[in-house]
Ligand binder design. Structure first.
Ligand SMILES: Nc1ncnc2c1ncn2[C@@H]1O[C@H](COP(=O)(O)OP(=O)(O)OP(=O)(O)O)[C@@H](O)[C@H]1O
Ligand SMILES: Cc1cn([C@H]2C[C@H](O)[C@@H](COP(=O)(O)O)O2)c(=O)[nH]c1=O
Length: 188
């Protein structure tokens, strides 16, 4: 199984991943960007805003993805792999390019491997505003509320376009309710 937890910044992904880590002791937990040795370096570059070109930034994320797919996801096909973000973030955040073009680039980077289960935590604008106000912003989060809500809409569009096995969960539900919804989805 290749499970991905998706959502815009502050949607609650890490919180749910902590709960999953206690339930799926034998699973491989990973993330994008930063799930491999070079991925950590790429993460530092992109989140530090070092890429001035949006295209360059996207290719850095694609490089992270290609390495992550080969070294983590495909090398653990016999296990449950649970990832904090995936190509869905990659496609959604590259919103300056046509969706179909970015989908092709991401399928190239992942060698056409798709997640078996997608969990999208969806935030309302109000809840996003509240949560962003509680944290420092990295270079991407600094692009603002409307930018992130656009990304969330593009995530939803991407998941449906790729015809993936997914669940959309209201991220403002209690931590416990979200966790139960995830558990039920994974046990279907
Ligand atoms: N269901 C929830 N209800 C209310 N607050 C929540 C819920 N889940 C998480 N939070 C809070 O929202 C904030 C963001 O949560 P978390 O770090 O898990 O999100 P994230 O999606 O991993 O964020 P990022 O992508 O920015 O790292 C934290 O302060 C967390 O305690
Ligand atoms: C995989 C991926 C991520 N991003 C953005 C999304 C977030 O703003 C950061 C990652 O931060 P997190 O704390 O690890 O969630 O990077 C992106 O723009 N493109 C991507 O492919």
């Amino acid at each position: 199984m290749y499970i991905v937890i998706e959502g815009i910044d502050t949607a609650g992904k890490s919180t749910q991943l902590d709960i999953l880590a206690n339930k799926y002791k034998d699973a491989v937990f990973t993330k994008e960007p930063g799930g491999t040795k070079i991925g950590s370096k790429l993460r530092q570059m992109v989140l530090g805003g070092e890429a001035k070109s949006k295209l360059a930034e996207m290719f850095l994320f694609l490089a992270d993805r290609a390495e992550h797919m080969q070294e983590i996801v495909n090398k653990n096909k016999n296990k449950i792999v649970i990832s904090d973000r995936s190509m869905i973030s990659g496609i959604a955040y590259a919103k300056h390019l046509p969706l179909d073009d970015v989908i092709k680039l991401n399928l190239l980077a992942t060698e056409n491997t798709l997640p078996s289960h997608v969990i999208l935590l969806k935030l309302s604008k109000e809840e996003l505003k509240k949560r962003l106000s509680l944290k420092e912003h990295d270079s991407i989060e600094s692009r603002g509320i409307d930018y992130l809500i656009d990304i969330q809409n593009r995530m939803e569009e991407t998941i449906k376009k790729l015809n993936l096995n997914y669940i959309f969960i209201d991220a403002s539900l209690s931590i416990e309710k979200i966790s139960k919804n995830i558990e039920d989805f994974l046990n279907e």
